[in-house]
Design a protein around this ligand. Structure first.
Ligand SMILES: [Zn+2]
Length: 417
């Protein structure tokens, strides 16, 4: 590691005299990358920063620990040679619409290409989106092949059952005026509450009203694309899409209290099938564990549901979450379509989601939805009937309708064992 040191001098973000001639303006929604200007949030030169917060979302804390332990140079600049996307995508009309994308930086994919002139001047601009290729090896997909639902074609689904995909990681880059507008609050009010509720982590919310972009310390989103990523922007090409919120317990560990992994796997199977018949598929995975309330809250709710009088029933499903967390859902689907707009999506032919909140948000953002696909009944684990029936009764889409109150009381899950 190169022996490089940064000054120990601490600069308080609350100082208002931090505007420098090197600081570039950000014109969110401008027509071209050059007119928009790069988001500069790296720490190697404080004079060029034009955003609040730091790169890598929640991992910025681990980066700080590496620096503190002496294993990571604070002035390291990434060598971006050969890191660019295997398939160049965009720019799409949504990239230059300040209202369509407010939680990602569309020019954050391959900034070394979009902002070449600034790289040459020495600006340390970091990618916030990255794209690569992968092969998926999934037991459910092998089963789908065995059952004859999916057939290897050597291109999308290989002879050995692996699925070829392009995957895209998108870090959050929030344009505060746009975020405030989506939530229907004033920018000032949003800044005040963000400052207060993060324990005063970002004084610039209050002191630097000129800084409009924030890199929040939250999880990223990942898109898995089946077929040519450029086809996502073509409304005439059939598109199958699942927008999936993280559920570690089910997605990774196969816990049977919800439908998350089965629905995700069904979405993958159908996305691959769509690509095989000349269409394109996309699964977007949002790090919003436990309805964005976190796993600790989620597990407390599971216990409360299973211990309540009368047992775990669909009739009381949402109530228990609200009692523990204070709200039944904190996901704010208002921002979810931003990732879809990054890919230029205008029309979804098959939407794999039963959530009315997700559907409403996608349609409201200007994307047409043709068919809504609910999870097939045979894929729902027994203990997850409580969740699915409660959601259907609360307005989730399902071709076979919802149960009434008496019916919901009869849908029961396991007790604490
Ligand atoms: Zn789940």
């Amino acid at each position: 590691m190169a022996e490089t040191k940064k000054s120990n001098h601490i600069i308080l973000a609350s100082h208002t005299n931090l505007k420098f001639k090197e600081t570039l303006p950000v014109n969110w929604g401008a027509k071209t990358a050059t007119e928009r200007g790069p988001v500069v949030a790296s720490m190697t030169n404080n004079k060029t920063r034009n955003a609040i917060g730091a790169h890598s979302g929640s991992y910025t804390v681990y980066r700080a620990l590496s620096i503190a332990s002496g294993k990571f140079s604070p002035v390291h600049k990434p060598d971006l040679h050969n890191t660019e996307a295997p398939t160049p995508i965009g720019p799409y009309p949504q990239w230059s619409d300040a209202t369509k994308i407010v939680t990602h930086d569309p020019w954050g994919l391959d900034p070394q290409i979009h902002f070449k002139e600034y790289f040459e001047k020495g600006y340390d601009i970091r990618p916030t989106i990255a794209m690569t290729q992968a092969h998926l090896q999934l037991p459910e997909v092998y089963e789908a092949i065995k059952a004859g639902r999916l057939k290897p074609d050597g291109k999308i689904v290989k002879e050995n059952g692996d699925i070829r995909v392009t995957k895209v990681a998108l870090e959050p880059v929030w344009y505060l005026p746009g975020v405030a507008e989506r939530l229907n609050v004033s920018e000032g009010e949003l800044r005040k509450i963000l400052f207060q509720e993060t324990g005063g982590m970002y004084p610039e919310f209050i002191t630097r009203r000129d800084l409009k972009v924030w890199l929040p310390p939250i999880g990223s989103s990942t898109a898995y694309i089946f077929g040519d990523p450029r086809d996502l922007a073509k409304p005439e090409v059939e598109l199958t899409c699942r927008v999936h919120d993280e559920c570690n317990g089910s997605d990774v560990f196969g816990s049977d209290i919800c439908t998350c992994r089965p629905y995700l796997m069904y979405g993958i199977e159908d996305a691959a099938r769509t690509a095989q018949r000349g269409g394109v598929g996309i699964i977007v995975y949002y790090r919003k564990e436990g309805r964005a309330l976190g796993e600790v809250t989620k597990f407390l709710v599971y216990n409360a549901r299973k211990r309540q009088e009368g047992g775990d029933t669909a009739a009381t499903y949402f109530k228990r979450t609200e009692c523990v967390a204070g709200t039944e859902d904190a996901r704010f689907q208002e921002f979810m379509p931003d990732a879809l707009h990054f890919f230029g999506i205008k029309k979804i032919h098959n939407l794999h989601s039963m959530s009315n909140m997700k559907y409403d948000s996608i349609v409201k953002s200007g994307i047409e939805v043709v068919n809504r696909i609910s999870i097939p009944a045979e894929l729902i684990p027994a203990d997850a009937q409580v969740e699915i029936e409660a959601k259907k009764a609360a307005g989730y889409f399902s071709a076979d309708g919802a149960k009434d109150v008496e019916g919901l009381k009869k849908v029961k899950g396991r007790d604490i064992e």
